[in-house]
Write a protein that binds this ligand. Structure first.
Ligand code: S6P
Ligand code: ZN
Length: 183
């Protein structure tokens, strides 16, 4: 049987079992500037990110996924993933940068961390931390994530409140700011 593999040069996951495409219309209320988002939806509803995953549900198994996060902004806020906790909160994850530039934002209660991502950078997301990726560059930001098969994904609380920080463009650079909607 042919095995699944990842071609790091191409940033492609062969024989993926799941594919998720998130367009602007899937991101309602995730950004500060809903008006800008609605305009974007009317103007072609662009893809914000694509995920190609090989998933294994069992405990002890590993799942893995490549995310292609497109470049762009909603208002002054960079394109980003929805972000989630793992349903089983004590499950960690490993992120490996493949292409482009981004940030990985992690949050546990009031504790918030972020780290720049680029090709070759490997970052551990510890258990209990919600995580979100942000494309701060001009091209696609691509990364590989490896996580326990039984981790599960909980989007609810992030969808409701977001993270404590937002990432915006300011004078040509990214800036991490307090989220006015937090709390
Ligand atoms: C899965 C891992 C990633 C994300 C992907 C999309 O545990 O963290 O594969 O699923 O980057 O983000 P989100 O928040 O929409 O699942
Ligand atoms: Zn995850």
């Amino acid at each position: 049987m042919l095995s699944n593999y990842i071609d790091l040069e191409k940033g492609i996951l062969e024989n993926y079992t799941e594919n998720v495409i998130r367009r602007a219309s899937d991101m309602l209320n995730f950004y500060q500037d809903n008006e800008a988002l609605e305009k974007m939806i009317k103007n072609g509803n662009p893809t914000i990110y694509e995920v190609y995953a090989v998933t294994h549900e069992g405990g002890g198994e590993l799942s893995y996924a490549i995310t292609i996060l497109h470049p762009g902004k909603v208002g002054n806020e960079y394109f980003m993933t929805k972000g989630h906790y793992h349903e089983k909160r004590d499950r960690g994850e490993l992120y490996i940068g493949l292409k482009g530039n981004g940030l990985l934002l992690m949050q546990k209660g009031e504790e918030i961390r972020w780290i720049e991502m680029e090709r070759g950078k490997i970052v551990y997301v510890p258990p209990y931390f919600a995580h979100r990726s942000i494309n701060t560059g001009n091209g696609n930001f691509v990364f590989l994530a490896i996580y326990p098969g039984d981790a599960g994904h909980d989007y609810g609380s992030i969808a409701e409140k977001g993270f404590a920080k937002i990432v915006i463009e300011e004078n040509g650079n990214y800036a991490v700011k307090d989220n006015p909607r937090w709390k």
